[in-house]
Write a protein that binds this ligand. Structure first.
Ligand code: CTP
Length: 398
């Protein structure tokens, strides 16, 4: 493994104790590590701990003449091949999003052109707070920024939920894989979001799909080096970095766009969209007036995009999604065989915490002869795990 120069930023949170193990592991991987601590971080771990583990003095002040006389903060920002902030507190994420430069670490983040990876760690209520999520959304749109975690589980404060920092070994593994592009040369075609089926020029039939899962998968595949075509229904999400988005409205438009992308060398098709099963037979050309007490709209079945791709003479590797409220595995297996898919990702939408508009999901991935369970985690996190699971089956396919 090539030796890299990694700047580890430690912010104030109890997970800072895990960062000692993280820098030790990064050193073992052969990387050069310099630790930058915020004031808050020093309340949890002493700089001496990190100095002993890295062999370099810890940097903690923007206005330290002695340190600046050595490697100044701009030089330090240029020195880094990767800036890894672990733990990244809610406060730090807010300050990074706002573009603050009021301490050394935030200043370095503004000055560096290196990728910045955030390993969030905070109480589950702070993580799910709308302000933190808004900061996260904006930060994730930035191609320079990567968000690793958080994980779900027991928290130091006694709560249970999403917000735990990934374990040091997992973070070290992310760093090891960061410069690899395992999907280079592949073309992934992904559908996401709902479709809209017109009733008249101002009304439509649709559903509550947010598109978050499909967009997270698209970002993960692009980060891993794939060429990604994201065929998306109307959603309020920004185009993930490095992804080619084709915007559509109706199921029929999605069908056309998907087949065009698959014909353009698609190796893998992931159908994460919630496609409307029916469309209006004869949408009105003009706005329908409320002149009648009752009205009937006649619907007809939409083409099944996923089945049609799987039925191609030489289909790409196909992955479907199945949202079920009961007998999840049974119905998912049925769809797997009926639609002739390579894999299906099933989730239980009767669980109020996960699914459609949520930022978290828990799924079971099923294929012919096996299955794998993924516990509740952030959709961004889950996307990376799904990607690995899909690639393992893709490579195992004769
Ligand atoms: N799908 C598709 N085109 C459609 C309908 C669904 O590509 N016209 C894809 C979805 O993107 C998803 C999977 O098929 O990957 C879902 O299968 P489907 O049988 O449509 O699920 P449900 O709508 O839940 O089916 P049912 O109502 O029969 O449970």
């Amino acid at each position: 493994m090539a030796s890299r120069q990694i700047l580890v930023g430690v912010t104030g949170g109890i997970a800072a104790y895990k960062s000692a193990e993280l820098v030790r592991l990064l050193g073992k991987q052969g990387h050069r590590v310099i630790v930058v601590m915020t004031e808050g971080a020093k309340a949890f771990v002493t700089p001496l701990t990190f100095q002993a583990l890295t062999g370099s003095p810890v940097r903690d002040s923007l206005l330290d003449p002695e340190a600046e006389a050595g490697m100044g903060h701009i030089e330090l920002a240029r020195w880094a091949d990767l800036v890894l902030i672990a733990p990244a507190s809610a406060d730090f994420m807010a300050r990074l999003n706002a573009g603050m430069a009021d301490d050394l670490l935030s200043t370095l983040c503004l000055a560096t052109t290196a990728p910045i990876a955030l390993a969030p760690a905070m109480n589950q209520a702070m993580w799910s707070n709308a302000r933190t999520q808004a900061n996260l959304d904006r930060l994730s749109q930035d191609a320079q920024i990567h968000v690793w975690g958080p994980a779900a589980g027991d928290q130091a404060c006694g709560d249970v939920g999403l917000g735990r920092m990934l374990e040091a070994a997992e973070l070290a593994e992310r760093v090891a894989g960061f410069w690899e592009r395992p999907l280079a040369g592949m073309h992934w075609v992904i559908t996401a979001g709902p479709t809209r089926e017109s009733i008249d020029p101002v009304r439509y039939i649709s559903n509550h799909s947010s598109g978050k899962m499909g967009y997270a998968l698209a970002r993960a595949a692009a980060d891993a080096g794939a060429r990604v075509t994201l065929v998306s229904g109307p959603v309020g999400l920004p185009v993930p970095a490095g992804v080619d988005r084709v915007s559509v409205e109706s199921a029929e438009q999605m069908y056309e766009a998907v087949h065009a992308a698959v014909a353009d060398g698609g190796d893998l098709f992931v159908a994460a969209a919630a496609v409307a099963d029916y469309r209006v037979i004869d949408p009105a050309a003009q706005k329908i007036k409320k002149s009648r007490d009752r009205m009937t709209i006649e619907l007809t079945r939409n083409p099944d995009i996923l089945s049609s791709v799987a039925a191609l003479p030489s289909p790409p590797f196909t992955v479907g999604f199945a949202a079920e409220t009961h007998d999840v595995e049974h119905y998912a297996r049925d769809k797997l065989t009926r639609k002739k898919l390579d894999m299906i990702v099933a989730n239980d939408v009767s669980d109020q915490r996960i699914g459609f508009n949520s930022d978290v999901n828990a799924v079971t991935v099923i294929w012919d002869g096996g299955q794998q369970q993924f516990p509740m985690s952030a959709k961004t996190q889950l996307a990376e795990q799904l990607l690995e699971s899909i690639m393992a089956r893709y490579q195992a396919k004769p």
